[in-house]
Design a protein around this ligand. Structure first.
Ligand code: SF4
Length: 245
């Protein structure tokens, strides 16, 4: 449990409004490590943060717990990118998933659940595993990759705020960045990224529920395309997510 009051968090957030993402991360590492976490689905924003965090880990000697929610339905390109980050930066990126493998889950449910009931599939394959991580009480704070300009719900995100669900601090170092800031950073720093971005997938989740988008379409138009579903439940339940989750 963090010991910050709401006004402490507001002050910390306001003070950091003009800081660079790297300086925000440095502060988070120095303040919360090793009880600091980050969930990543290896979206472009998350890739920027992983690059910065690897450098800061080397500079500060501080570390954090990085994890990927492994639904069993991620693209092979996404899993290969995890390997690439581990190799290039010496990071450990833990896979956290449901106790039932994808095969066991499908066998127990008479086949894939996502075609009929994607909400239930997301709940079991993403939301419950995330809750399981949080119940291990590993963190006083965690880092997200959200940007304010991604959705109306994210427009009011602070640099530092409280995750009300779990009573930990949430740090949003990229809140002020634009999509072009993200891609400039990736290209300038030779940061690995998911090759699906170059094939028309701006937002990448599980393969059954992610399609390429046409030019001019919204970045998240390829997620659960053709259904009313727009979020996996992590956003709404926890009001937080690493980009792409
Ligand atoms: S995004 Fe699709 S496949 Fe992945 S957990 Fe949700 S419904 Fe299941």
């Amino acid at each position: 449990m963090d010991s910050y009051t709401d006004s402490d968090l507001k002050r910390l957030s306001d003070e950091r409004e003009d800081w660079s993402p790297r300086d925000i991360l440095r502060w988070a590492m120095e303040t919360f490590s090793p009880r600091l976490g980050m969930a990543t689905a290896f979206g472009a924003e998350g890739c920027c943060l992983l690059h910065m965090l690897a450098g800061l880990r080397d500079d500060t000697g501080k570390d954090l717990y990085i994890f990927n929610l492994d639904t069993g339905y991620q693209f092979p390109e996404t899993l290969a990118l995890r390997d690439r980050f581990q190799e290039k930066y010496g990071l450990t990126i833990h896979l956290e998933g449901h106790s039932q493998s994808q095969e066991e889950w499908e066998a127990a449910n008479g086949g894939p659940v996502w075609p009929q009931d994607p909400d239930r599939c997301c709940h079991f394959r993403k939301v419950l595993p995330l809750r399981g991580v949080m119940e291990r009480n590993l963190f006083d704070a965690w880092i997200t990759a959200i940007r304010r300009d991604q959705t109306p719900q994210r427009a009011t995100a602070g640099i530092v705020e409280r995750d009300k669900k779990f009573g930990i601090v949430k740090v949003n170092p990229l809140a002020n960045w634009t999509k072009s800031d993200v891609w400039k950073f990736i290209l300038d720093n030779d940061v690995p990224y998911n090759p699906l971005h170059d094939r028309g997938y701006p937002s990448i989740g599980c393969w059954p529920c992610t399609k390429a988008v046409r030019p001019g379409e919204d970045d998240r138009a390829g997620r659960w395309s053709g259904s009313q579903k727009t979020e996996c439940g992590i956003h709404t339940e926890l009001h937080v997510s690493g980009s792409g989750i």
